[in-house]
Design a protein around this ligand. Structure first.
Ligand code: TUI
Length: 318
């Protein structure tokens, strides 16, 4: 299981942990990196000094590479980029915007830049502006999402760029990993599955809500604000839907969402908080160490390929 993504990032398996605000702390990032993937600390909306502490903690907890996710809508984005620069973080992923103006300075400092992109146009633009790889994230993902599904987005991005493409959205087991490879991806980004890990510092209520979720238990709210977000259905998403139907102003809707992810992740308020999770939540039914998540992901690839071989048999006689 070796691709250009492994060489680019100096990792054993081409598995990148999603950058999830409040969830992706140094603890989770180091557990994923120590399991052979690329752990990510998410800056989210947090102040730059919080990020610096997390990076320094991570440097003590692992000798392996790890990265930082920069959420480009953060009010602290400039300061966060400065911390990434000063701490010489080996790789960043970005979300919720175009990181173009930061790429040159980061790269000259030795940081690999991997933007999350929801479209072919942005993927091409990022390649032109020097991105090292792109993460093509489908609408199955949790949190802030684009329009296209992973199944349609990934192969179109693969055809449009020469840099490695990492598939994201709806990936939680080796079946989806093999499918992503079949679509031309050279790696996967996994978020929701890693929330349900023993090392993840998110509140137990958050993890249990995902474990209990069924196939249709996520919903997308915020389409009217231009920032659609996928989360588990609860009292908050119902209130949000009601307000959107009543054509509430963007400001009103933004106020309703304020602090709600933090309430769910840190305080365990899964009723009034925002329990962001991908559609794949319905497939996750346990909480286990990142090392086991990773060994399942990689170890069961051969089972999937054997099944394909049984069906296909190396030749097709129709
Ligand atoms: O960023 C994410 N997921 C997130 S960010 C987040 S915090 C937040 N909460 C409420 C509203 C907005 C943000 C929670 N989850 N995933 C990566 C991602 N990036 N998904 C979609 C995009 C994206 C969208 C538009 C990337 C680039 C883009 O470009 C627009 C442009 O500027 O050209």
């Amino acid at each position: 299981m070796k691709t250009r993504v492994c060489d680019l990032l100096g990792i054993q398996y081409p598995v990148i942990q999603g950058g999830m605000a409040w969830v992706s702390t140094a603890e989770l990032a180091c557990a994923v990196s120590n399991a052979g993937g690329l752990g990510i600390i998410a800056a989210g909306n947090a102040p730059a000094e919080w990020l610096r502490e997390q990076i320094q903690k991570a440097k003590e907890m692992t000798n392996r590479p790890f990265g930082v996710n920069v959420m480009l809508l953060s009010p602290f984005v400039q300061e966060v980029m400065q911390v990434v620069y000063e701490e010489k973080v080996p790789v960043i992923t970005t979300g919720a915007g175009n990181p173009g103006k930061y790429i040159e300075r980061l790269k000259s400092n030795g940081t690999k830049v991997i933007p999350v992109i929801p479209s072919v146009a942005l993927a091409k633009r990022m390649e032109k502006e020097g991105a090292d790889a792109v993460i093509a994230e489908g609408t199955e993902a949790g949190g802030h999402i684009g329009e296209l599904t992973t199944m349609v987005l990934v192969p179109q991005v693969v055809d449009a760029v020469s840099i490695p493409v990492i598939a994201a959205g709806g990936i939680a087991d080796s079946r989806a990993l093999v499918a992503a490879i079949a679509l031309g991806a050279e790696g996967v980004q996994i978020g929701t599955r890693f929330i349900c890990s023993s090392e993840c510092t998110a509140h137990e209520n958050y993890k249990k809500a995902i474990v209990n979720a069924k196939d249709r238990d996520t919903v997308v709210t915020g389409r009217s604000t231009g920032h659609p977000v996928r989360a588990l259905k609860n009292k908050l998403t119902r209130e949000f839907e009601k307000k959107e139907a009543e054509r509430a102003t963007i400001e009103e809707l933004e106020n309703l969402g304020k602090g709600k992810l933090q309430a769910a992740v840190l305080d365990g308020d899964v009723v009034n908080g925002s329990v962001m999770a991908g559609q794949v939540a319905g497939l996750i039914d346990d909480i286990k160490p990142c090392s086991e998540i990773m060994s399942d992901l990689i170890g069961r690839i051969s089972e999937v390929i054997d099944r394909i071989k049984t069906i296909y048999g190396g030749s097709w006689h129709g």
